[in-house]
Design a protein around this ligand. Structure first.
Ligand code: SF4
Length: 512
């Protein structure tokens, strides 16, 4: 099996005699990248972070003190990006070379540079954080890979000789897209099935444009297409085509369907008009309508009192989208409130996202849980009944669990309510194949996350459909791991080719 993570050797900057010593580097003040001002950004869905310019990036990268191996930032990154080497290249103005360092271990560095929770990953491990703010690794990763993409395009890769093997990827989110790129580079013909109208999965349909420009994903998909990867959109595996059909038609299949089903509140009034699941609300608020399926091709309702239930990053995406919708609708007396059952300390989402939400005018109400949604005579939600909570003993997650306070119920006005209560896997595909081993909540069981091999020969899985809802970067890592194992499997396969197409012929989609 190929080595996933290139080893750093003689060029290890940690071993170099750096012109600027570590002490001097640690004295350079941090340079946060510029952002749109809150008053301005609530008028648009454009990215909040404006990105570094070349000069700012060089200064920020020079803050890296080049720790000796093993570098904590590399260990803290789930795909083990060679961050110090990239920092040294940015410092020298070699932005394209730096981008290629990130691309050596990551299929979507411009995405994760924007949306990884760096404070608990690479930047959380950065030694400089002990003196000052950590080196802004994520934004530098986004800077140099954007620079390369905008000025030179995605890099041209040498592709292995065609193997004649055909692979189906189910889902074009981070795991599927990473697996597709790796398997394409290994010489296999790759077809990606996506249920949404455009490729990109979670990155396009789950993350708002003010955190991640959709343009990046559109360019990435178009670039993969130039290498022969085919995307078949508007096609749901498990419904429009079955998994056994795919296994018959392809030499191997990868399941990267994520955990797309929004959890329910399971309280009265959940089906009232004006109550939305987070994903539907976000896609209808954020995306061009032509990129949506016909059944939801309209903007969500905008109310004077918009309530979001939940405490993770998705809830922040929903409150911030709500603020933008109200502002753009000219609603000057609108109120957007996030309701969360613990305190801010226990909130699972990023502090940076909460800060952005507060700057944009979002209100927060902590230690409350919804009891019921109350509608009017037309079946439309108008009020939210909540109960106050108190923190008890820590639960399995290590966070103190909320306990209801007797007799503390109260009501607030709410004419739009968005549920951002976490995600569960979609059972449709698993149900179409009873022999496929599943675990908790229908998550696919795999041999190990380093192979993604299921109990069905030739069928692999990785990302949120194996781990449960997690990070984009862990899904990318899973896609890369599975692609390595799939390449090994395909090269050892002795069965005849699935079709009579010439080995170098572009993969043809299976008719559905
Ligand atoms: Fe940091 Fe995420 Fe980039 Fe890794 S992928 S270097 S964790 S921002």
């Amino acid at each position: 099996m190929k080595d996933l993570y290139p080893k750093r050797g003689a060029n290890d900057p940690g071993n170099l005699d750096l012109e600027l010593g570590r002490y001097e580097r640690a004295q350079i003040p941090p340079g946060p990248p510029p952002k749109q001002e809150p008053k301005k950004r609530v008028w648009n869905f454009d990215e909040v972070f404006l990105g570094y310019d070349a000069e700012q990036a060089i200064v920020e990268a020079t803050r890296c003190i080049h720790c000796p191996s093993p570098e904590p930032c590399i260990l803290g990154c789930p795909v083990h990006n060679d961050i110090p080497t990239a920092m040294l290249l940015i410092e020298q103005g070699k932005f394209v070379e730096a981008a290629n360092v990130f691309r050596a271990t990551h299929n979507m560095p411009e995405v994760c540079g924007r949306i990884c929770p760096q404070e608990i990953l690479c930047e959380g491990s950065c030694t400089v954080a002990g003196y000052d703010r950590a080196v802004n690794i994520g934004k530098l990763e986004a800077f140099c890979t954007d620079w390369q993409r905008v000025h030179h395009g995605f890099p041209q890769y040498d592709i292995a000789a065609p193997t004649g093997r055909r692979v189906a990827i189910v889902g074009s989110g981070p795991a599927g897209m990473a697996a597709a790129e790796e398997l394409m580079r290994d010489g296999h013909a790759v077809v990606v099935y996506e249920e949404w109208p455009k490729p990109g999965g979670l990155n396009v349909y789950g993350i708002p444009g003010f955190k991640l420009s959709k343009q990046i994903l559109a360019e990435k998909a178009a670039w993969l297409e130039t290498y022969g990867v085919q995307f078949i959109c508007n096609t749901r595996v498990g419904k429009d085509i079955s998994l056994p059909q795919l296994l018959d038609a392809y030499d191997a299949v990868f399941l990267g369907i994520g955990a797309p089903i929004g959890n329910k509140a399971r309280i009265p009034g959940e089906n009232l008009k004006g109550v939305y699941q987070a994903t539907e609300f976000l896609v209808r608020a954020n995306l061009p309508l032509e990129d949506l399926p016909q059944r939801i091709r309209s903007r969500p309702e905008i109310g004077k009192h918009m309530a979001v239930i939940g405490g993770g990053d998705t809830s922040m995406d929903c409150v911030r989208s709500s603020m933008r919708l109200q502002t753009q609708a000219g609603m000057t007396d609108g109120v957007v409130t996030d309701y969360y059952r613990r305190t801010e300390n226990e909130m699972p989402g990023r502090a940076e996202e909460r800060m952005h939400a507060k700057q944009e005018g979002v209100k927060f109400e902590f230690l409350v849980a919804p009891v019921q949604f109350i509608g009017d005579e037309n079946g439309h939600v108008r009020e939210l009944e909540l109960q106050r909570m108190a923190l008890g003993a820590p639960d399995a997650s290590g966070r103190r669990s909320p306990q209801p306070v007797e007799g503390s119920n109260f009501r607030v006005p709410a004419d739009v309510i968005v549920l951002a209560l976490g995600y569960s896997p979609d059972p449709t595909i698993g149900d179409s194949m009873p022999d496929l081993e599943k675990g908790w909540k229908g998550l696919f069981k795999v041999e190990t996350e380093f192979t993604g091999a299921t109990n069905i020969p030739g069928l692999y899985a990785g990302g949120d459909d194996v781990r449960g809802a997690d990070l984009v970067v862990t899904a990318v890592a899973a896609g890369r791991h599975a692609a390595r194992a799939m390449d090994d499997y395909l090269r050892r396969l002795e069965t005849p080719f699935k079709t009579t197409v010439a080995a170098n012929e572009m993969a043809q989609p299976v008719p559905v």
